[in-house]
Design a protein around this ligand. Structure first.
Ligand code: PNS
Length: 170
């Protein structure tokens, strides 16, 4: 159990392939609640070992560029990580993990991860924020699918990401 210390630093983890307006919303909400937010970009390969659309470095850079476009408030930084999320939280000294919930379909997966993370590191709080309803349907996989099929995705992702997707998919 955490010794009743206040949490001031949280991690917002994810794959961010690529970052969407939904992610930016969650990062900004986390920053309203906590002064220090580290956006942790997972190096993990895609499902079944498939390649990511963007490399780890590209995903980190796209988040930085998107946050800068949104005015990058002080107290937010972006870092890559590999290995266990709980190890990363310990390394950066974060007392909590903030994630967004869109729908009930997110809940079961997130509860499983939160339970596991609690077993690994009971002092790190799992905190959930409700995403804005306007972004409820936005996901990185939807963005990738639309972009690959030639659809405009400017309404789903920050400008730097839309440009990168155009370069990637033409
Ligand atoms: O954006 P995603 O793909 O939903 O993010 C999932 C992520 C990266 C947060 C999760 O897979 C993760 O924490 N990976 C690090 C490895 C780890 O700690 N696994 C055990 C906790 S489930």
């Amino acid at each position: 159990m955490n010794e009743q210390t206040h949490v001031t630093h949280v991690v917002v983890p994810g794959t961010f392939d690529p970052v969407t307006f939904g992610h930016i919303d969650v990062i900004m909400r986390a920053h309203r609640l906590f002064p220090l937010v580290t956006v942790a970009v997972a190096a993990s390969p895609g499902k079944n070992g498939t390649a990511r659309t963007f490399s780890l470095d590209e995903r980190v850079e796209l988040i930085r560029a998107s946050l800068e476009e949104a005015g990058m408030p002080d107290g937010i930084d972006v870092q890559p990580f590999s290995g266990l999320l709980m190890d990363f939280c310990r390394e950066v000294g974060a007392g909590g993990v903030v994630k967004g919930l869109r729908a009930m379909t997110d809940f079961e997966y997130e509860l499983q991860q939160a339970d596991l993370n609690y077993r690994l590191s009971p002092g790190v709080e799992s905190i959930f924020v409700m995403g804005s309803p306007e972004f409820g349907y936005v996901s990185s996989s939807i963005v990738r699918e639309l972009a690959a099929l030639g659809s405009d995705v400017d309404f789903l992702v920050p400008k730097p990401v839309a440009q990168a997707l155009r370069r990637r998919f033409g």
